[in-house]
Design a protein around this ligand. Structure first.
Ligand SMILES: [Zn+2]
Ligand SMILES: [Zn+2]
Length: 102
């Protein structure tokens, strides 16, 4: 199950479960749309993969055992462990390569 992490790893912006601007890579590394576009250029600094919009988990339990009350968002805030220079270097190396070819 998707962890629904609470913040952008780059700028620490809050990304609650309903955030339309949350982006994730295949490892669930989570960033805001602004950072993905302007800082990362669709290159995940942790894995080199591309990003997609994070799906929004319904607040209501439309089916038994689902919904935010049953499966609440994660509380563990994460922070990038690479320097801005390291992030920029990986982004520069990969930004022109489509995610499917990385
Ligand atoms: Zn951000
Ligand atoms: Zn990643």
């Amino acid at each position: 199950m998707l962890e629904l992490r609470p913040n952008c790893e780059f700028c620490d912006k809050d990304l609650p479960p309903g955030a339309a601007d949350a982006r994730i890579c295949s490892y669930e590394c989570t960033f805001c749309a602004g950072c993905v576009e302007d800082e990362l250029h669709n290159v995940c600094p942790n894995c080199g993969g591309g990003f997609e919009p994070r799906p929004i988990r319904p607040a209501k339990a439309w089916r038994e055992g689902t919904g935010l009350a049953h499966d609440p968002p994660g509380a563990n805030r994460r922070q990038l462990s690479y320097s801005r220079e390291e992030v920029a270097a990986l982004s520069e190396a990969l930004r022109k390569v489509p995610p499917a070819e990385r």
